[in-house]
Design a protein around this ligand. Structure first.
Ligand code: TYM
Length: 374
């Protein structure tokens, strides 16, 4: 039977009402969306063992530079630390030590927001939502998990496997737009962007920014002093493989003297470093410490052997690093002050993250205190 004019009017009216309802729902979410920050920096560091030259040159130094110009949030990531076994007392101490190192390196707890991750519950909350966004296939590709889990993968914690979703939550709980890190974190940053995009698509919102990795300087991947093909790392069994931020002047000089090199003189141009991993690493470290670049260093040292280069590097490293080690030890004499600075940072961090996570809960459809939509 043909539709009567009355039926058509009714159907049109129903459609109009439905559209209005959808518009209202969308408005309820959209109009109240918090404004997207223009540029907000976030980065994190694990409180596991000593900080080393790789952490400093690849990341921390850049954090210090960025905090002058942008809103910067820096986090000691203790939740990430327990993805592998930790002694509780040692974890507390390492958290303080890392915070002290950051302050000694020039991070201002007033200008930046400096805190430890477990004090701000929004990180864990958002990580769960992201666990329900990220796909197994994406996590299966993560090289850091493969390296850390090693051969005994069945025995790795679920936390170690889902580590990158928590890292995405760290960044996106603040809707941070820029993330200064060393080269080794690039893959995790790509995953963070995938998660942000998938969340936005799933819920049809433009809520999360796609954060940009900021990998800059002459030493974005500092290598071991004992093997130019493996990364300088806290977990290397040999302490001679790294320069720790707590090493004194004598130890720094000794480690550089013992660093593996080849018998040739340094080239005058960077192309000559090709295939000479150890030489490339030491020149990169020199350039970064001198706030210079590889070409300028080679312009000075080209044609000279390691017998001349190493003492110059040791002198420079001691001049830059030893005062930081001293300052860190001074700060650690008053652990209460460090705890207070972190607690203050956590309050300020939560002030930024709480409304963002309220909105996430609302977008996802969780009923509760933060809910705005019908
Ligand atoms: P972590 O604690 O291993 O290292 C902290 C920072 O130091 C950089 N780095 C290096 N840079 C150059 N050469 C090296 N040999 C070297 N070793 C370490 C790292 O790239 C990093 O920038 N997953 C992160 C911590 C994290 C995070 C975050 C970072 C958790 N949530 C959110 C950024 C944003 C990690 O394990 O870094």
């Amino acid at each position: 039977t043909a539709a009567t004019p009355a039926m058509i009017t009714q159907a049109t009216e129903r459609q109009r009402c439905k559209r209005q309802r959808q518009d209202r729902q969308r408005d309820a979410t959209m109009t109240s969306l918090l404004p997207m920050p223009e540029k907000r920096i976030f980065s994190g560091i694990q409180p596991t063992g000593n900080l080393h030259l790789g952490n400093y040159l690849g990341a921390i130094r850049n954090w210090v530079t960025l905090q002058d110009d942008f809103e910067s949030i820096y986090c000691v990531v203790d939740l990430h630390a327990i993805t592998v076994a930790q002694d509780p007392q040692q974890l507390r101490q390492s958290t303080r030590e890392v915070a002290a190192s950051l302050i000694a390196a020039g991070i201002s707890p007033e200008r930046s927001v400096l805190f430890n991750q477990s004090s701000v519950p929004q990180h864990s909350q958002l990580a769960w939502v992201f666990n329900c966004i990220a796909r197994l296939g994406w996590l299966n590709r993560m090289t850091q998990f493969k390296e850390k889990a090693g051969k005994n993968r069945e025995n790795a914690t679920v936390g170690l496997y889902s580590y990158p979703t928590l890292m995405a939550a760290d960044i996106l709980a603040y809707r941070a737009t820029h993330v200064p890190v060393g080269e080794d974190q690039k893959q995790h940053l790509e995953l963070t962007r995938d998660i942000a995009q998938a969340f936005n698509q799933t819920y049809d919102v433009e809520f999360f920014p796609l954060p940009e990795p900021q990998i800059f300087g002459s030493a974005t991947r500092v290598m071991s002093l004992r093997d130019g093909n493996s990364k300088m790392s806290k977990s290397d069994a040999s302490d001679n493989s790294r320069i720790n931020m707590t090493d004194g002047a004598d130890l720094i000089a000794q480690k550089i003297r013992k660093a593996k090199t080849d018998p040739d003189a340094l080239p005058s141009e960077s192309a000559g470093l090709e295939g000479r991993a150890e030489a490339q690493n030491l020149v990169g470290i020199f350039a970064a410490l001198a706030d210079s670049d590889v070409d300028s260093v080679l312009a000075d040292f080209g044609g000279r052997g390691f017998g001349e280069f190493k003492p110059a590097l040791a002198e420079l490293a001691v001049a830059k690093l030893a005062p930081m080690g001293d300052r860190m030890r001074e700060l650690l004499a008053n652990p209460g002050d460090i705890d207070a600075a972190l607690a203050d940072g956590a309050l300020r961090a939560e002030e930024i993250a709480a409304p963002i996570i309220d909105q996430v809960n609302d977008i996802v459809g969780f009923l509760g205190a933060g809910a705005k939509s019908g």
